[in-house]
Ligand binder design. Structure first.
Ligand SMILES: *[C@@H]1O[C@H](CO)[C@@H](O)[C@H](O)[C@H]1NC(C)=O
Ligand SMILES: *[C@@H]1O[C@H](CO)[C@@H](O)[C@H](O)[C@H]1NC(C)=O
Ligand SMILES: *[C@@H]1O[C@H](CO)[C@@H](O)[C@H](O)[C@H]1NC(C)=O
Ligand SMILES: *[C@@H]1O[C@H](CO)[C@@H](O)[C@H](O)[C@H]1NC(C)=O
Ligand SMILES: *[C@@H]1O[C@H](CO)[C@@H](O)[C@H](O)[C@H]1NC(C)=O
Ligand SMILES: *[C@@H]1O[C@H](CO)[C@@H](O)[C@H](O)[C@H]1NC(C)=O
Length: 767
């Protein structure tokens, strides 16, 4: 089962578009039966009045047939439009004078979008089906001897064809190339007579000319062709595509009938294609219309050559099958061209075209024995696929194909049509390529429901509306599932506004606004919403430790309601201090237990306020206490017990480490460590029994020291006096020296002037 599901998923992925399954109904915003039918090929609608419970969405009526039946909808109440197929014209296959080669001829398809419909299309080649053959000949100079042969051809070709069909017609046209440089010599004389041989009858250069419309008269063919003369041009490729295009689009001029249409192109050279016209400055693309004036192609020098694509499309459109009768030299070129044109054949002409009749007959047999069933180009929401069990075509593809189909042999194609969306109507043709008989298809879609409802107010809808496919369509002024809501004075907008909290989304997007009240969506798979605006649910509360309300409370409308003994937004906090207890204290008495954690004071840190990295040991402050407690001295000698309650003392012989080193009143060093106790500022002090006291004083040294000091001071005073006197003498001497210098400079006579004067030449510049 699981495998099957996986496989289908894979298939869906591979195909890339929705695979049609009756088991699936993917609905989005469905309100009416029509919406439901449109939303998928697997969707059906239950019109049972009592199917929806009050407050339930009308959308539940839309589901697969299987689930609707499971939910108790009776099959007669299930609206599930089926594909419909009618044959509007269905004549049996027939040969003879009025042949019918495909059956049916016209159909009407009425399809559910996404549901494929397959029908049979029969085809039979009728004996004696007419053949139209238009012989299109290259008259460039190299075809000179071929023309001679073709002139003799007339009756033999016609009679050979008549053996096959009994109803053949034959026509003739010729072409060379555009009469412009570089294709043709445009010298006036050369244009008139493009042949190189002076004695040769020669016709002026031309593009394409239609010579003989399709006729059953072999002699006429002979006469008309006999009047044809060779012509000429410059470059090797010819204007063959120009000629093919005109032969294909000039349906009336050529006289194409309801027949197998063959177009023989006899040439010994390649062809010009779209774009080559630029060589002669022709920029206008080929317009694909018939432009014969007096049987000559009048736009030959104005329009570019057609593209191969244009040719292929036009030939297919006109059911014309080309036969390229070409010389060995260009066989590969035309074989490539033939690959691009469905239903075309290539045959090799002998040097003088002597084998052309056999070649045409063989190509005709090859062409008509291959049946390709195809349709017109269609918009991408319609797809048509073909399947057949004949030779050469078993797979489902965009074209049906059968090889080696004999006359009178019936082949059957399974044609599958799928429409992907609702449309009004679309017509198109399906038929075998190369045959003018087509099947006319008209497709419409079934996107509406026919529920046979009475067009009158129903009690089911409170008398305020009528039943439409099981639901209510309320009269104006009424709203609601059963039209129970009387709008009264209010309008719909203000009723809807009542369903919006703070101008927010209607019912917070979790319910429907019914008559101004929110009807919340409640599904089996989670999402039970409630509250005035459906704003509440019991699924989304704060989580702790990945548990809703930490597992210690109930989720109510987005908020946790905690069990006894718990508190906090996510009930993650126990009210008790249990989690903070250590060493029979709570947080070492240095903080409060808040939500299972110690909230420490005075810089204490750690899970239980164990330590204070920033605090310093109060060594100095404790000095007096240590002194009185350990040694009975110091300022607190009297009131030691009272002043030093916070310390507990032990004396030891030896201290492992000492935190504190404090001097007592007697100048001795006390060494001790302080170990913190529960709470603040309480310590056990461990004191080293022996203090480190300084040595006692030495009397002799003191007396000697004093005498020496007195002598030293006397000496110092003497020195200072001496220094002051010396400094003052020095100053006096300096002043005297300075005065003397001054006297000397001012000794010159201020009235004296030097006899020599110095004049500077401002223009003098050195050398
Ligand atoms: C719907 O249910 C009501 C009450 O249960 C009943 O009277 C009525 O006949 C039912 N209608 C249909 C169509 O089953
Ligand atoms: C071809 O057949 C169609 C319908 O069968 C007819 O309307 C049309 O005139 C025919 N054309 C010719 C050229 O006979
Ligand atoms: C006809 O078909 C045969 C066999 O497929 C092939 O050899 C031959 O070349 C074809 N002739 C023409 C003119 O297409
Ligand atoms: C196709 O069928 C529809 C519905 O019957 C009709 O309205 C429309 O005209 C038809 N189209 C053609 C081209 O026949
Ligand atoms: C809601 O919108 C209306 C009109 O835009 C406005 O008057 C009203 O104050 C809004 N109320 C709140 C709660 O935003
Ligand atoms: C202890 O006595 C000293 C001096 O005698 C005094 O300064 C101090 O305040 C007293 N302390 C207490 C706690 O009584």
């Amino acid at each position: 089962m699981l495998q099957a599901v996986c496989l289908r998923g894979l298939l869906l992925l591979l195909v890339g578009r929705q695979v049609y399954t009756e088991e699936q109904c993917l609905k989005a915003s469905v309100n009416t039966c029509g919406d439901c039918i449109k939303s998928g090929p697997g969707c059906a609608w239950c019109k049972d009045l009592n199917f929806t419970k009050t407050g339930e969405q009308e959308a539940v009526r839309c589901d697969t047939v299987a689930s609707l039946e499971k939910k108790g909808c009776s099959p007669t109440d299930i609206i599930n439009p089926k594909n419909d197929f009618t044959k509007k014209s269905n004549k049996p296959l027939a040969a003879g004078n009025d042949p019918v080669q495909i059956q049916p001829q016209e159909i009407q398809l009425d399809l559910r979008p996404g549901r494929p419909y397959t029908f049979e299309l029969k085809f039979q080649r009728a004996e004696g089906y007419p053949v139209d053959l238009y012989y299109l000949m290259d008259l460039s100079y190299s075809m000179k001897d071929d023309l001679e042969n073709v002139k003799k051809l007339g009756n033999s070709l016609l009679s050979k064809l008549n053996v096959i069909t009994g109803n053949a017609r034959i026509g003739f046209g010729s072409f060379v190339d555009k009469t412009l440089l570089p294709y043709t010599d445009t010298n006036e004389a050369k244009l008139q007579r493009p042949c190189s041989d002076k004695n040769e009858p020669c016709q002026p250069a031309f593009g394409f000319q239609h010579v003989l419309s399709l006729t059953q008269d072999g002699n006429m063919f002979k006469n008309m062709v006999a009047n044809q003369h060779i012509s000429g041009n410059l470059d090797p490729p010819e204007g063959s595509l120009d000629a093919i295009m005109q032969a294909a689009v000039c349906v009336n001029e050529i006289g194409w009938g309801n027949s197998t249409r063959l177009l023989v192109l006899a040439t010994d050279d390649g062809f010009h294609m779209a774009g080559d016209g630029k060589l002669a400055a022709i920029l206008e693309p080929n317009q694909e219309t018939c432009q014969l004036v007096q049987n000559k192609y009048s736009k030959s020098n104005l329009w570019d050559y057609p593209s191969v694509g244009q040719i292929a499309r036009k030939l297919e459109e006109q059911n014309i099958q080309p036969i390229f009768a070409v010389t060995k030299k260009v066989e590969t070129v035309y074989t490539e061209l033939s690959k691009l044109i469905p239903k075309s054949a290539v045959g090799v002409l002998s040097e003088d075209s002597g084998n052309v009749v056999n070649l045409i007959v063989e190509a005709y047999n090859n062409l008509t024995s291959e049946v390709i069933m195809a349709h017109e180009a269609l918009p991408d929401f319609i797809s048509v696929k073909y399947k057949s069990n004949c030779k050469g075509g078993d797979k489902s593809s965009d074209r049906g194909k059968c090889d080696n189909v004999n006359i009178g042999e019936e082949v059957i194609f399974q044609v599958t049509v799928t429409v992907e969306k609702c449309i009004t109507s679309q017509s198109f043709l399906i038929g075998p390529l190369g045959f003018s008989e087509k099947l006319k298809v008209n497709v419409t879609t079934r996107c509406e429901c026919e529920c046979d409802d009475k067009n009158e107010p129903s009690s089911h809808c409170g008398g305020n509306g009528k039943v439409v496919c099981g639901g209510c369509s309320c009269s104006s002024g009424f709203l609601g599932q059963r039209c129970e809501c009387n709008l009264g004075q209010k309008d719909e907008a203000s009723l809807k506004a009542q369903c919006r909290k703070d101008n927010g989304t209607e019912c917070e997007g979790k319910g429907d606004c019914l008559c101004g009240r929110c009807q919340c969506h409640n599904t089996d798979s989670g999402g039970n919403f409630y509250g005035k605006f459906c704003e509440c649910d019991d699924e989304h509360c704060e989580k702790f430790d990945n548990k809703q309300c930490a597992g210690h409370g109930q989720c109510k409308c987005g908020k946790c309601e905690c069990d006894q003994g718990y508190e906090g937004t996510a009930c993650h906090c126990a009210k008790s201090d249990e989690a903070c207890k250590i060493d029979s204290s709570v947080c070492y008495n240095r903080g409060k237990c808040v939500c299972n954690q110690c909230d420490c004071e005075r810089g204490y840190k750690g899970p239980y306020c164990k330590s204070c990295p920033t605090c310093q040991r109060p060594c100095q402050e404790s000095g007096s206490c240590v002194e009185c407690m350990a040694f009975g001295t110091g300022p607190f000698e009297k009131n030691c017990t009272a002043a030093c309650k916070h310390l507990q003392l032990t004396s030891v012989e030896k201290l492992i480490k000492n935190d504190c080193r404090v001097k007592d009143k007697e100048g001795c060093w006390m060494l001790f460590t302080m170990t913190e106790q529960l709470g603040f500022d309480k310590y056990i002090v461990t004191v080293l029994k022996d203090r480190e006291c300084p040595e006692g004083p030495n009397i002799a040294a003191i007396v000697g020291g004093s005498l020496a000091a007195v002598a030293l001071i006397g000496l110092l005073i003497l020195l200072i006096v001496k220094a002051v006197l010396y400094a003052s003498d020095l100053r006096e001497w300096k002043r005297f020296e300075k005065d003397r210098k001054h006297e000397k400079t001012s000794g010159t006579n201020p009235l004296f002037q030097n006899a020599t004067t110095t004049v500077q030449n401002p223009t003098f510049s050195g050398d």
